[in-house]
Design a protein around this ligand. Structure first.
Ligand code: ATP
Length: 499
């Protein structure tokens, strides 16, 4: 209304001024400038509206804890904390101070946003979400104003919807809650964080509207200590990558609406997807359905799931076709990796292929037997052996190495450093950062050379077998783990790692 009146008044004033013979051009110019400034600082900066999902109408009603796979202990911990919000009267009686914040810490795509939405649905709260970056502007004071605004918006919406609680979800909290004084334009960042601390301190059990802040981050080490002290984010919940049971649950949740063929074994897919997040697994089910649709199939069968895993892990198939010599080299390289993998852990090769996907010209995929949390020295050395085997197979069979092994070597060096920092090298227990560069280099070289000698011995022994499998790959492009093992067993000898 005020806007319309001002526009009308402005136009009338301009007409009168023109009639009186005034030059209105400089005035138009000034008004334009003021409007631009108002848009940048005032309208865009101050009056930001944060996205809200109304639990009564929006999608969060459908997102409850049953729709989130795995994370059994996370859900338990979260539910316990949320009961504080649900039973606020009892809490007051017992003299317990209200829970103000829950911090969800975990890698991207593990379901932190889903958990926050499910929390809002469980507590029948109003749900407002924002990302840490939405609070940061170049203009001083805007971030603090936005923090005040999101809390006010949450309270107003809760009253309007006649509810008693609101959940404010702040994703990527490290952007606004980073350690104070560590930013370039630190005053603006510090003011924003201070305002968040003030708002959280102001939450009391006597408030008409109970506000709970749920924040998510995958860089908790960057957070200011004032933010994570008790009384602010009281609960810190780790939302890790799902284990094999969790992966199976997530896959089955996201396959519910897809027509699956009877041969689909989601447990087997879960075993093949070690290290995948919930978001990756959702993408696997989606890609499998897309692949089936492309082939004009009515049902999604297991083969599509396996191809979808490759696609999510490595990227889309590339059109580039290496020439025959390069293909031969790629086949030798990948078979080298596979031979070593099977030698160290029989039954571990899932497939070998010379199809280019993403940046990889070919790849060997392994099936992890179980989820590991601790790695022994033997296990880590075995991983170095598998990484080195590709390049060593090229050298022994083709007489030279190639640039295709650069990323294998980088990974092998990373594992060697892991061995050193875990006190499993000749240096004993050391702090990796304190080891002089020259010494570190020598120890890494020793570790790699020792493993190279082990691997070379095996490659030389099975040279003909590698050529046989590579020949097969030149024609078939892909070989399954079972077929590879059949060729290996035809060799008549059981493979052993020489120590
Ligand atoms: P980020 O840290 O990148 O913001 P996030 O941890 O908040 O990620 P979400 O946005 O909650 O992850 O999850 C992304 C998508 O992944 C979801 O929409 C859902 O499809 C799927 N997903 C992730 N985890 C799970 C899970 N545990 N159960 C079911 N689906 C999941």
């Amino acid at each position: 209304m005020i806007k319309e009146l001002s526009i009308g008044f402005g136009i009338a004033a301009a007409i009168i001024m023109v009639q009186q013979g005034f030059n209105v051009i400089p005035w138009f110019f000034m008004v334009g400038l003021i409007l631009v400034l108002y848009y940048l600082v005032g309208f865009k900066g101050m009056n930001k509206s944060f996205s809200a999902v109304e639990s009564s109408k929006g999608s969060i009603e459908k997102i409850n804890f049953d729709r989130i796979g795995g994370h059994a202990s996370v859900k338990k911990e979260l539910l316990e904390a949320l009961d504080f919000v649900k039973n606020s009267k009892l809490i007051m009686k017992m003299g317990i101070r209200p829970l103000k914040g829950i911090l969800l810490v975990g890698p991207p795509g593990t379901g932190k946003t889903l958990l926050a939405k499910a929390a809002a649905s469980y507590t029948e709260s109003v749900f407002l979400s924002a990302s840490g970056s939405e609070f940061i502007e170049v203009y001083a004071g805007v971030g603090a104003q936005r923090v005040r605004q999101i809390f006010n918006q949450a309270r107003e919406m809760t009253k309007r919807q006649k509810k008693s609680s609101a959940i404010i979800f702040i994703d990527e909290i490290e952007i606004l809650g980073g350690k104070r004084g560590s930013h370039g334009s630190h005053l603006e960042y510090d003011q924003t964080l201070n305002q968040l601390l003030v708002e959280m301190d102001g939450i009391s059990c006597h408030d008409q509207v109970k506000v709970l802040v749920i924040a998510a981050t995958n860089r908790s080490e960057l957070l200011d200590s004032a933010l994570v002290r008790p009384g602010r984010f009281d609960r810190i919940v780790n939302v890790d990558l799902p284990d094999v049971e969790g992966r199976e649950q997530i896959l089955s949740l996201h396959s519910r609406n897809k027509p699956l063929s009877k041969d689909v074994n989601l447990r087997a897919v879960a075993q093949e997807t070690f290290g995948f997040s919930g978001a990756h697994l959702e993408s696997v089910t989606n890609e499998a359905a897309i692949l089936a649709m492309r082939d004009r199939k009515k049902l999604v069968n297991h083969r599509y799931f396996i191809e979808a895993v490759d696609k999510v892990m490595m990227g889309e198939k590339m059109d580039r076709k290496p020439d025959i010599d390069e293909l031969w080299r790629i086949a030798i390289h990948e078979t080298g990796h596979a031979l070593m993998s099977e030698t160290i852990r029989p039954g571990s090769v899932s497939s070998i292929t010379t199809t280019s996907r993403g940046k990889a010209l070919g790849y060997m995929r392994q099936t992890p037997e179980k989820d590991f949390h601790l790695y022994t020295r033997e296990y880590l050395e075995g991983r170095i052996d598998i990484l080195l085997a590709g390049s060593l197979a090229e050298e022994e069979i083709l007489g030279s190495r190639s640039t295709g092994a650069a990323s294998d070597f980088q990974q092998a060096i990373g594992i060697a450093k892991q061995l050193i920092s875990s006190g499993m090298s000749s240096l004993g227990v050391v702090c990796l950062q304190d080891v002089p560069g020259g010494i570190l280099h020598d120890v890494i070289t020793n570790i790699i050379e020792k493993e190279e000698n082990k691997v070379k011995e095996i490659i030389i022994r099975y040279k003909n077998l590698i050529k046989e499998v590579a020949d097969y790959l030149l024609i078939q492009e892909k070989i399954s783990g079972e077929a590879f093992r059949k060729i290996l067993s035809g060799c008549g000898e059981k493979l052993k790692v020489s120590s």
